[in-house]
Design a protein around this ligand. Structure first.
Ligand code: GLP
Length: 261
């Protein structure tokens, strides 16, 4: 795992978007794992700008989202289907047939989960998986005690997560109680993982997720096992990291990061 600290939210977002853009230019048929949440809104806005002003094309890109709420259809404005259309898909040249999210309205949710895993495999697996970090330490909707080998399946959401997403539904009790989510094991199979964590509210959970012991109580700790995982954070999120001086040194000195400095 590599942690990269940038001074501001904008610079952290720009670094993350720069990495995504470089992977997409190197491989136009990139299979991109997409995440949702406020953190990703900034990232997608930055990618849309690069599409508009810097010739970044999504024409051959294939996407798979991490998760969707159970019971929300693609036309529901609170669904992650709608989120992705609103923040990325409708602004770029992606082929809608290349975009995938789990169907939270499927009659047979276990069957849908299996079908989704099959679609990822048929696409050759995920090249680059984007992640945010939930306040409960989840990635996707892998709530505490999710098996670190789990696959796509239905999960019940914790009160912390429902509270975190309450503003989009008009109160925590109105947030759907369940979601279909890629499993931790599914996420770990991506060839590269890029997690973005912004703001002081995430400082504690970021330190636990990256520097703490691996535990199913915090599914993001499983990323410590991934051979190619980068975590991009801003100064506000980084304040509790024990190794922050070292991480800063890496970004400032390692040749790999020279083009991004
Ligand atoms: C939701 C999503 C996660 C996301 C998290 C963080 O719970 N299922 O994939 O990482 O929110 O969201 P935010 O970026 O708004 O803090």
């Amino acid at each position: 795992m590599e942690i990269l600290i940038r001074p501001t939210t904008d610079l952290a977002t720009d670094l993350a978007a720069g990495l995504v853009a470089d992977r997409l230019r190197a491989r136009p048929d990139l299979v991109l794992g997409c995440a949702t949440g406020r953190t990703m809104e900034n990232l997608y806005a930055n990618l849309v700008e690069r599409h508009r002003h810097d010739n970044l094309s999504f024409a051959r890109c294939v996407t798979f989202n991490l998760d969707e709420y159970v019971g929300l259809g693609a036309d529901d404005p609170r669904s992650y289907h709608a989120y992705m259309r609103e923040h990325l898909f409708r602004h770029v040249d992606i082929d809608p047939a290349h975009t995938h999210l789990p169907d939270g309205t499927a009659d047979n949710l276990a069957g849908e989960a299996k079908h989704y895993e099959g679609q990822i495999a048929a696409a050759g697996g995920i090249d680059l998986q984007l992640l945010g970090l939930g306040e409960s330490g989840h990635i996707g909707f892998n709530e505490p005690l999710s098996s670190l080998m789990s696959r796509t399946r239905q999960k019940a959401l914790t009160p912390t997560t429902r509270k975190q997403n309450a503003e989009f539904f008009g109160g925590p009790d109105r947030v759907p109680a369940r979601a279909l989510t890629m499993g931790v094991g599914t996420i770990l199979e991506a060839r590269e993982v890029l997690m973005v964590v912004l703001g002081s509210a995430k400082a504690d959970i970021l330190a636990k997720a990256t520097e703490g012991p691996i535990t199913a109580m915090i599914s993001a700790t499983a990323l410590q096992l991934h051979p190619n995982c980068k975590v991009i954070v801003d100064e506000d999120a980084a304040v509790r990291l024990q190794g922050q001086d070292h991480y800063r040194w890496i970004f400032e000195n390692e040749p790999e990061w020279e083009p991004y400095r």
